[in-house]
Design a protein around this ligand. Structure first.
Ligand code: ADP
Length: 345
């Protein structure tokens, strides 16, 4: 019965596949290199026991037909791929990675980890990368969605989509759910008569699903936005997205680190001074810096397809062609928002 409750979205054929997979797993436990064509010795069949864990493991491999559109990823981003976001990284390691990895330690000390984390900051600063790295380092699955994708025009479809997402996340736990552009779920003013706006219904479903998540059940929800001031306040109440994590534009040291990451596989001429480039790229985001290194590389290629390395002159040219995507005003706005959100929270 317990397994039945977790098989939301599984049709008959999926359930048959699930049972078969679970049985195969239990067989492999006893006879690691088993080949079914050789038949199964009867003494093995007698001692065979299919456990709950076999079913739970099989659930990660058998894709339920009704949840086909929900893609489970195992991200390949590591902490080494992300530069200059020290504070966010530390808080996410403690807040998400550790509880997912060692729930027992938290339980023993009676610590209740947060269920929801809101990453905010300018576009291209690494919010998506951070969510993926957390999932990977915690050996968790990753399911991502954009709020705009959740806002289907068919009545009721949007809420269903949210429920499917959470159901699949629970089935393959530990899981990190990542909801990008969560600001598009902001309440629309003057929405008007009759039924509640679709955004409100989606927010309510997310809240109900999050309330239903028990701590340490292995599902953590991370959301990202560039516009935290537009977020439905209902999402920010305690027990929901109550961990607010600012992902700022990197400082010079962070930029140096990011430049190093994005030139790791790029042969650089001896005159390339990444420290100097870091100093000169104030307000460049991680995405801007990646773009800069790519442009420098393309300039070298444009000069000669036989180019063996990228020189400082290429970087100089790329610097002339690239602008930071964050303006001083934007940066100030984010700092102000951070202050307001902290006071409110
Ligand atoms: P966001 O989700 O904040 O909009 P992303 O995480 O999607 O930004 O970043 C987009 C791309 O920019 C990444 O795939 C990566 O190549 C680069 N990038 C952004 N931030 C960083 C960072 N802190 N370190 C290294 N690369 C970064």
């Amino acid at each position: 019965e317990d397994i039945a409750r977790t098989t939301y979205g599984f049709v008959g054929a999926d359930l048959a596949a699930l049972a078969r997979e679970a049985a195969m797993d239990s067989l492999r436990r006893i006879l690691p290199g088993i080949n079914l064509r050789d038949g199964i010795p009867s003494n093995v069949l007698e001692s065979l026991q299919v456990t709950r864990q076999d079913f739970m493991n099989a659930m990660k491999r058998v894709q339920p037909s009704a949840l086909r559109e929900i893609m489970i990823q195992v991200p390949n981003v590591t902490w080494d791929d992300i530069g200059g976001v020290e504070e966010a990284r530390t808080r996410l390691r403690e807040g998400v990675e550790l509880p997912l990895k060692s729930p027992e330690s938290f339980r023993r000390l009676g610590i209740r980890p947060a269920k929801g984390f809101l990453l905010f900051g300018p576009p291209g600063t690494g919010k998506t990368l951070l969510a993926k790295a957390v999932a990977r380092e915690a050996q968790a699955n990753f399911v991502a969605t954009k709020s705009s994708d959740l806002l289907s025009k068919w009545y009721g479809e949007s809420e269903q989509q949210v429920s499917r997402l959470f159901a699949r996340a629970r089935q393959v736990a530990p899981t990190v759910i990542f909801i990008d552009e969560i600001d598009s779920l902001a309440p629309v003013r003057g929405g008007g008569l009759g039924e509640p706006a679709v955004t409100e219904r989606v927010v309510n479903t997310i809240l109900a699903e999050m309330d239903g998540l028990e701590e340490l059940q292995g599902v953590v929800v991370m959301a990202a936005t560039n516009r935290p001031n537009l977020i439905d306040p209902a999402l920010l109440r305690p027990g929901r997205f109550d961990e607010l994590i600012y992902v700022p534009v990197p400082d010079a040291q962070g930029r140096r680190h990011i430049l190093g990451i994005h030139t790791k596989t790029m042969p650089l001429g001896p005159d390339v001074d990444l420290d100097a480039i870091a100093e000169r790229t104030s307000r460049f985001t991680g995405a801007d810096l990646e773009d800069l290194t790519r442009r420098a590389g393309l300039l070298a290629l444009r000069e000669s397809l036989q180019a063996e390395h990228v020189t400082m002159a290429h970087f100089e040219q790329a610097l002339r062609e690239t602008r930071p995507s964050v303006t001083p005003e934007m940066e100030r706005e984010y700092e102000d928002m951070l202050r307001t959100l902290k006071q409110e929270g």
